[in-house]
Design a protein around this ligand. Structure first.
Ligand SMILES: [Fe+2]
Length: 346
């Protein structure tokens, strides 16, 4: 990978007709029966709080003040994990998670011998404006996975390009169910951040993309009819989306018993995100768990410190780099990377 320009190891590949119509019909029922879908942004509440606090420039008077500042930026996108930590969470989703054709394609695209499916996310989104100028999904490093470190740090590690020897080799297959005509393109910068993105234009119902989203800037443009993209009144971190019947034909967003909005299934854009880890050999797979092969917090700090010193930036050791707001600010400010050519058509 070109560390500065973020070019993935293989060119993304579009796939059409991912599932049979019969499987799609059943999948809506499976999703309806699986549970309540939680706000996607609930996962990034820590980052959002930091942004609000930085913008305030002072200590907030109360937790409510922070939440009031965050609420207007909440979007009606919801998520559940259908498989997690290498395990399908319901027999309903076994055929997706352990799909032999997908495993074969993952081997082919990654040029790998062994493929370990890690998880499947289902993102269910309704009409909303999008302002994303391109992002990478958060990568994992040996010693720095989701359980050991926060997303902002791993994002900065990725943007720095300094931690490639510890990077875990993930790939993704993402695919959409969305029959409505009102959705913007999915865009991705596979040739680098200094060139225009490529587009997957709606209709992309039952189409998918093989890619490495942790090495590929990408974004989804606005969803739904323009007049339906206004912020949803009452939307909060604890709002949930669930089906109102077992068929998956009708859905609602609610705060506890209070229903905020109802939607037919055609209004939902469902994105499935199958993530897998690729290995050249059993030995390489074992490296991931080998205690001697893990990047330590001290090493991580020294690598950043040495790089920043080379750029004339002083970095004094915090007590705990994972919790220190100054360290976070300095690292985030010094390791910025995002697409330079961003079409203004949201
Ligand atoms: Fe993403």
């Amino acid at each position: 990978m070109n560390a500065v320009n973020m070019i993935p190891d293989f060119d993304p590949v579009l796939e059409k007709q991912v599932l049979s119509e019969q499987r799609i019909a059943q999948l809506y029922k499976d999703l309806a029966g699986f549970g309540e879908y939680e706000l996607i942004q609930k996962e990034s509440i820590g980052v959002m709080r930091s942004v609000v606090m930085a913008n305030l420039g002072r200590q907030p008077q109360s937790d409510d003040e922070i939440m009031e500042a965050i609420r207007p930026s909440l979007k009606p996108g919801f998520r559940l994990r259908l498989a997690d930590n290498g395990c399908s969470l319901s027999p309903c989703f076994d055929d997706l998670f352990y799909n032999p054709q997908w495993l074969a394609k993952a081997r082919q695209f990654m040029g790998a011998t062994l493929i370990k499916p890690q998880y499947v996310l289902a993102n269910l989104c309704v009409a909303a404006a999008a302002y994303d100028r391109g992002h990478i999904d958060t990568p994992c490093y040996r010693g720095f996975g989701p359980d050991q470190s926060t997303s902002w740090l791993r994002q900065a590690m990725a943007r720095s390009g300094l931690f490639e020897p510890w990077r875990r080799n993930f790939g993704n297959f993402i695919f959409w169910l969305y029959r409505d005509e009102y959705a913007g393109n999915f865009q991705y910068w596979d040739r680098g951040i200094d060139l225009p993105p490529k587009n997957i234009a709606n209709p992309y119902h039952n189409s998918g993309l093989w890619a490495q989203n942790t090495k590929l800037f990408h974004r989804a443009l606005s969803l739904g009819r323009p007049e339906h993209r206004q912020p949803l009144a009452g939307l909060d971190f604890d709002s949930v989306l669930d089906a109102t019947d077992g068929s998956g034909e009708h859905w609602q967003i609610r705060n506890g018993p209070q229903v905020l909005a109802k939607y037919p299934k055609q209004s939902l854009r469902i994105l499935f995100h199958w993530d897998f880890e690729a290995f050249d050999s059993l030995e390489q797979m074992r490296l991931v768990e080998d205690p001697k092969q893990q990047l330590s917090v001290e090493q991580m700090f020294e690598i950043f410190q040495s790089d920043l010193n080379g750029k004339g930036v002083e970095l004094s050791p915090p007590t705990d780099p994972l919790q220190d707001e100054n360290f976070k600010k300095l690292i985030t400010e010094n390791y910025q990377l995002s697409p330079l050519v961003v079409p203004e058509n949201y």
